[in-house]
Design a protein around this ligand. Structure first.
Ligand code: FES
Length: 271
């Protein structure tokens, strides 16, 4: 299947905002790219390359100044929310400072961000059109009709399991009784074969796909589940039980670096 899918021209949830420190920069890795997250004075979360253009120090080791800039820990260069250098403490001459700060070589690449449903989303494309491009696509958020039932916060952990295996496993629930033995009642003795397993509708690199399947253990034998994959990394599963109850499980698999992935998720009981 021919595809123009771009891994960087996508919205990724990089962390629950509750995991961030408002007063300190935070280092993250996304698609192998080292980024720093920090909150500027007006409350917007900034994502930029975690590399100082002066001598390549990690900007995430620096600090947020009273002026609302991010200061590099190595020699004190400061950067605003657009990645523009605003100060070089060792340059006293104002004209020289203005010239140096204007230089492209003293800028840091920034990336579009969004705060939605308690998650910080980043568009990790460093193309000069990124801030315009990102407006054409919406993050794969939980359906708004379900959010009102949400009472829990997100959990997040980075695990030494790559993106492909993480996503593939989440669409193969028969693993749960074995891999998650001892958690939430999962046990090999309770496993049953999945009797119905089908692709609903079409599959595409832009829209993803939806699977429907029956239960996979002795407790959810009568359950009907729909698992929807929305690129680049969302699995929204709705479990419908015979007693009329339903539960939504939202999982994101955020590719950080080769062989590693952040799992971000939450359960929502929809009654
Ligand atoms: S390395 Fe950042 S200011 Fe020198």
């Amino acid at each position: 299947m021919a595809s123009n899918f771009s891994w960087t021209k996508q919205w990724y949830p990089v962390t629950p905002v509750s995991y961030l420190d408002t007063f300190q920069p935070t280092a993250i890795t996304l698609l192998g790219k080292r980024l720093v997250l920090w909150k500027e004075q007006e409350g917007k979360w900034i994502a930029m390359d975690d590399t100082c253009p002066h001598k390549l120090a990690q900007l995430s080791l620096g600090k947020i100044t009273e002026q609302g800039t991010l200061m590099c820990r190595h020699h004190g260069w400061c950067f605003d929310s657009a990645g523009k250098c605003t100060h070089m403490p060792m340059v006293r001459d104002e004209k020289a400072l203005a010239t140096a700060c204007k230089s492209e070589r003293s800028q840091v690449v920034t990336y579009p961000t969004k705060l939605l449903q308690g998650l910080l989303w980043v568009w990790p494309d460093d193309n000069s059109t990124a801030f315009a491009d990102c407006t054409a696509k919406q993050p794969a958020i939980i359906p708004e009709t379900q959010v009102e039932h949400s009472t829990t916060d997100w959990f997040m952990s980075e695990v030494p399991v790559g993106y492909t295996i993480s996503v593939e496993s989440s669409f193969d629930p028969s693993h749960a009784q074995f891999l998650h033995e001892g958690i939430a009642g999962f046990s090999p003795e309770r496993a049953i074969p999945i009797e119905h397993f089908a692709l609903l509708g079409e599959m595409s690199s832009e829209a993803g796909f939806t699977l429907q399947h029956s239960g996979y253990n002795i407790f959810n034998r009568d359950m009907d589940a729909k698992r929807q994959f929305t690129p680049p990394c969302s699995n929204t599963t709705i479990y419908q039980y015979a007693n009329g109850k339903s539960v939504l499980f939202q999982l994101y698999f955020v590719p950080t670096k080769p062989g590693y992935c952040k799992h971000i998720g939450k359960f929502i009981g929809a009654g």
